[in-house]
Design a protein around this ligand. Structure first.
Ligand SMILES: [Zn+2]
Length: 252
């Protein structure tokens, strides 16, 4: 990552102390996952995408740091494929409590929970609300939700003439393009294959949560990663960042 250093774990404590002195009061906490992403993407995919977006968001917002990511995430429906880990919501809640109380004790008072994995999104919004209640003078936001993501996926498909369903949301043309842009060494493009590309209707969602991902796609893919390119990744990255940036600005 070039430019201003925003990742807290890359900084020393005196550097962080000087940052806080200079008005750095906001921390972005990525709620990622360690989870299967088909035969072609590494299990760190949601962590890589989340940290990439968080770095970009921190630089756009200014005076903002990025915490070490919270991983694994809430990934029960992916557990059938090897390597996936899944936290219990109460575990994840306790981890967030410890992050927030640590950073609050150092003087931070604005927290952005950034979920980069669909299974974390509702939880992230709930947590932001719960912390807001507990610490009313601080600010807690969760600027990315499932509805926004589904809307973005449809927009990307329309804008770039991708077949409907190719940006299905998991190891799809969207995530694979982002990974080609952010971390190409974690992509095996020669192994990419289309997964479920139908409409993500209620029956589909029900089947996925009842039977797990392999109930809807044996390879663990929702969408068509063969349509992914690095150039699309750069476009998707910047547009997603723009949407998240606007949301944080509106919510704070
Ligand atoms: Zn993912």
């Amino acid at each position: 990552m070039k430019g201003e250093e925003v990742f807290l774990k890359h900084l020393t404590w005196p550097e962080i102390a000087r940052g806080i002195e200079a008005g750095y009061r906001r921390v972005i906490i990525v709620l990622g996952a360690t989870e299967q992403h088909g035969p072609h993407l590494a299990e760190a995919t949601d962590e890589v995408i989340g940290m990439g977006l968080a770095g970009g968001l921190a630089r756009r917002l200014g005076k903002t740091y990025v915490a070490p990511p919270v991983v694994p995430g809430l990934s029960d429906h992916h557990l059938k494929l090897p390597g996936t880990l899944s936290l219990r919501p109460e575990t994840m809640k306790m981890i967030l409590e410890d992050y927030v109380s640590g950073y609050r004790s150092h003087g931070f008072d604005r927290f952005v929970f950034l979920p980069s994995h669909g299974g974390n999104m509702a939880f992230s919004a709930e947590m932001a609300q719960a912390f807001q209640k507990r610490y009313p003078s601080d600010r807690f936001t969760s600027p990315f939700d499932l509805k926004t993501m589904i809307h973005l996926m449809a927009k990307f498909e329309a804008d770039h003439r991708l077949p409907r369903g190719s940006c299905g949301g998991h190891a799809c043309a969207f995530e694979t393009s982002l990974m080609l842009y952010l971390a190409p060494e974690m992509v095996r493009m020669d192994r990419a294959e289309p997964g479920y590309t139908g409409v993500p209707d209620e029956a589909f969602v029900k089947k996925m949560f009842q039977e797990g991902i392999t109930g809807v796609s044996p390879a663990g893919v929702i969408g068509d990663p063969t349509r992914a390119t690095e150039a699309l990744g750069e476009i998707f990255f910047n547009e997603t960042l723009e949407v998240i940036h606007r949301a944080v600005t509106a919510l704070e």
